[in-house]
Ligand binder design. Structure first.
Ligand SMILES: [Zn+2]
Length: 210
């Protein structure tokens, strides 16, 4: 198995401020300061188990968020419900095309793309080495990450809920709780997912011309 060894990283020791170059560490390895012995960098023994568990949980929450009603409204004997995508579609029908596109992309397309691609990448790298094409979904997922803005959506929904509650009976659907779970899960994935660990597992040998 051939692995790319990326360049050395320059790290400052937190105890004695000595700048030093740290080589690429393998899983479970640690680097200590050459002068005072303080821990500089530690590579987790298994960097993919926690991100994978969180990504599977986020994928489950995404399915619930997109397949079940977001809100159930009841007023003057009439009842209606809407899903996330259905809400964006109604905005489009009512002439708010730009808002509908923003909501559709940031609340539906970007989170599905980000979580789906990350799930595929994590499942591939768990087997040991990953084929070189894994780099493409990893790059696309990284581009989509800043656009997965369920927290903004949840805040907007809560503001809308307090206004609508004066006019109609509003019941929060299962999707609203799933969106709330996503608001916690997506930052948790970002904080524990180490893209550099994935780059180290990608087998570049097949991409090199002989
Ligand atoms: Zn030191």
């Amino acid at each position: 198995m051939t692995r790319e060894r990326p360049g050395l990283d320059t790290v400052a020791c937190r105890d004695c401020d000595l700048l030093q170059r740290v080589p690429c560490l393998h899983d479970g390895e640690r680097a200590c300061c050459g002068r005072c012995g303080a821990l500089l960098v530690q590579q987790p023994a298994d960097p993919f188990t926690r991100p994978l568990a969180l990504t599977v949980a986020a994928a489950t929450a995404l399915v619930i968020a997109n397949c079940t009603p977001l809100l159930l409204l009841s007023a003057a004997g009439r009842e209606s419900s809407t899903t996330l995508a259905g809400g964006a579609y109604r905005m489009w029908e009512q002439g708010s095309e730009v808002t509908a596109l923003v909501v559709g992309f940031c609340a539906v397309a970007a989170p599905i793309g980000y979580v789906g691609l990350l799930l595929a990448v994590l499942l591939m790298v768990r087997r040991g080495s990953a084929p070189h094409w894994v780099a493409t979904p990893l790059r696309v997922a990284d581009r989509l990450r800043p656009w997965s803005m369920n927290d903004v959506l949840l805040l907007g929904l809560l503001v809308a809920l307090t206004k609508i509650a004066q006019l109609a009976t509003v019941i929060a659907g299962p999707a609203l709780y799933a969106v709330a779970a996503l608001v916690l899960l997506l930052p948790a994935i970002v904080s524990c997912f180490d893209a550099r660990a994935v780059w180290r597992r990608i087998d570049w040998a097949t991409a090199r011309p002989n």
